[in-house]
Design a protein. Structure first.
Length: 638
């Protein structure tokens, strides 16, 4: 055993075949290598290694479209050396830890540091409902965190220094608790083009607050009341006249001292029916000490509405769609209708010519269907009613089928052209789609992609810290999705649903390069033009004004370099990791109630990096053969 570990990597064949060309001799030696992992993986790989035996180059030279198997067999084996593999893995782990540390000062959630869990806030909300005189038992409840969008898009937010964000009342982070005597079944279907709609998820508006006995309580992150709405009974005789309500109870629940307020004329209509209204102007107590306006309404002496408002805020605009957004929706619809005929023609031609990768398209469609269906089913708020659940499941499956079908059609239409024009970018991707989960090149590109996604996230958060250090107030903190705070199943939603978005963006980038190269006839110019399109996408999906333009230029440059120099698979993985890290409120404090959700997402990404690291070594020991020999020599002395 000890002697075999010192055997050469392959036999010396020069004595028996002195007339054999050197390049052929190297191929023969590789086939006879002592370590099976060092031998060519297939007969096609042997053919490609022989002089003039590269079928991919031969197919391209003949103007043909190489098959998926031909592309997968092309190129080198792709395994990494130990120093590079370990450097990538350690840098990835260190980058995630550094990002968690930076997030505490570079993101809205990190700066606010919500100290109460959804369970604690829900219990606080129930107590407020009882204190305000509504003691009817609830059949169904729901709670969620959300941002005060009016604050996030206002000039107040842009003028607020980051260190003062946590002192604002009520602040941009709110918790909405809803209870109802009937099942809370969401019925809205959000608009969708690239991402799945928020199907079946109860929010502050869906279902509508119209059922008698239904109540909505909005708290700030500390559990102070921001708004209360309760639907009174339909019949007045079911609601006897009560004595005038002591509004100091509601003020106390909001953390306000009614003695600091003076009565004023109401300026808003109540969201529910009422027969009396009241309003006050005053100020928060120190250290906030800011002006505040309070509106309230009652029905037969029982409070049905209480709202703490910004005295300078404009009236809500309602659920209207802005003109730019309407234009974008119509433009997207027109584009889809215009591209449908040529897309169908491309699909038919590719299938008739045998160029379409049906197996690969089927696998991607199946993966997309399963991931989206599981993501939406897990995130939806389910009720016990069979009819409601049936409608919800049917709609979720329809959405999953829609995205899976879109992936299938797009892949059949465009993948053959990418395979023909940019085959080197498709090698590891083709190996993965063919089932090569343990292919060294697949592991290498996944490892590179994970590291690149971490680097892109560090650039985004680092730009916020640098901007605040050199020019306070010039850069807004990163506005991450807040729903993962509501429940770990929402964190799981992003882990599952982001995969197909990353695939669509990565493959769409490659298709854009193909189109632009055919248009401008120059690869370099096509890359520069596609750089601009990728910049627009990445900057628009990471919070409207979270970082300066220079930061997104760097983020896009990292991504484009990976896509062009490494390949499609690495670019898709980098996009996925970037999206997950953007959507995850990371934390280094295990005592935080939301640490488990952050650990789940970070653990998945690090497990992906570790597995890719192991695969990229092509079966070689993680710590090198020399270390194993030393250990073996000490354990088994000869």
């Amino acid at each position: 055993w000890g002697d075999t570990t010192r055997a050469p990597s392959g036999p010396d064949i020069t004595d028996g075949a002195r007339d054999t060309p050197a390049d052929v001799a190297r191929v023969i030696a590789a086939c006879l290598a002592h370590d099976p992992m060092l031998r060519p993986a297939s007969a096609r790989a042997v053919m490609a290694a022989l002089p003039g035996g590269d079928p991919l180059q031969a197919a391209l030279a003949a103007g043909e479209t190489p098959s998926p198997a031909m592309v997968a067999a092309a190129g080198e084996r792709g395994d990494l050396g130990l120093p590079i593999a370990w450097t990538c893995l350690v840098a990835t782990i260190a980058g995630v830890v550094l990002l968690a540390w930076m997030s505490a000062s570079s993101s809205v959630i990190g700066l606010l540091q919500p100290d109460k869990s959804p369970e604690v806030l829900a219990e606080k909300a129930r107590g407020i409902v009882v204190a305000l005189g509504h003691e009817a038992p609830a059949r169904d409840t729901a709670g969620l965190f959300l941002y005060d969008r009016a604050f996030l898009t206002s000039d107040t937010r842009r003028a607020t220094p980051q260190h003062a964000l946590a002192q604002m009342r009520p602040g941009p982070l709110l918790f909405v608790f809803r209870q109802s005597p009937a099942p809370l079944a969401a019925t809205h279907y959000a608009r969708m083009f690239v991402t799945p709609a928020d199907v079946g998820r109860v929010d502050e508006r869906d279902p509508a607050t119209i059922v008698p006995g239904m109540a909505t309580i909005v708290l700030d992150r500390h559990g102070m009341l921001s708004e209360f709405v309760a639907v009174p009974p339909r019949r007045l005789d079911a609601m006897p006249q009560a004595v005038a309500f002591d509004w100091s109870i509601a003020f106390a629940a909001a953390g306000l001292d009614i003695a600091r307020f003076t009565a004023t004329a109401p300026r808003s209509t109540a969201p529910v029916d009422s027969d009396s209204k009241a309003a006050w102007d005053g100020a928060y107590a120190a250290p906030v000490d800011a002006r505040v306006h309070v509106e309230a309404a009652a029905m037969r002496g029982k409070p049905v509405w209480f709202a703490v408002q910004d005295p300078d805020a404009a009236a809500p605009a309602g659920a209207t769609v802005a003109a730019p957004e309407r234009f974008a929706i119509w433009a997207a619809l027109a584009f889809c209708l215009a591209i449908a005929p040529p897309l169908i023609l491309m699909i038919v031609r590719n299938l008739r010519a045998g160029r379409g990768d049906r197996r690969g398209a089927g696998r991607l469609a199946g993966f997309t269907f399963a991931s989206i269906a599981l993501a939406l089913l897990g995130r939806a708020d389910h009720v016990g009613a069979v009819d409601v659940e049936t409608a919800l499941i049917v709609h979720i499956l329809a959405q999953a089928a829609y995205f899976a079908g879109s992936i299938w059609f797009a892949y059949i239409a465009f993948e053959p052209y990418a395979r023909r024009r940019w085959p080197q970018s498709m090698i590891s991707w083709s190996r993965l789609v063919a089932g090569g989960l343990r292919d060294p090149m697949v592991g290498r590109d996944v490892l590179f992609g994970v590291l690149a996604g971490v680097v892109m996230s560090l650039v985004l958060h680092g730009s916020v810290l640098l901007g605040d250090a050199f020019a306070p107030g010039s850069v807004s903190p990163v506005v991450q999705p807040v729903s993962p705070l509501s429940s770990n199943r929402h964190a799981l939603f992003f882990l599952l649903s982001s995969a197909h978005i990353a695939m669509a963006f990565g493959f769409g980038n490659l298709v854009g390069l193909l189109f632009l190269q055919g248009l401008v006839r120059t690869r370099v110019l096509a890359v520069l033009l596609q750089f601009g399109l990728a910049y627009l996408f990445l900057s628009s999906t990471s919070g409207s004004t979270t970082a300066g333009s220079l930061a997104f230029v760097v983020v896009t440059a990292v991504w484009m370099a990976l896509a062009v120099r490494v390949g499609l698979l690495a670019a898709i993985v980098a996009t996925y990791v970037y999206f997950i890290l953007y959507a995850t409120p990371l934390s280094l404090d295990p005592g935080r109630w939301h640490f488990a959700g952050a650990a789940l997402a970070a653990g998945v990404l690090l497990a992906l990096a570790v597995q890719a690291f192991r695969v990229s070594l092509a079966g070689r020991p993680m710590f090198g053969r020399a270390l194993l020999e030393l250990d073996g020599g000490e354990s088994h002395p000869r």
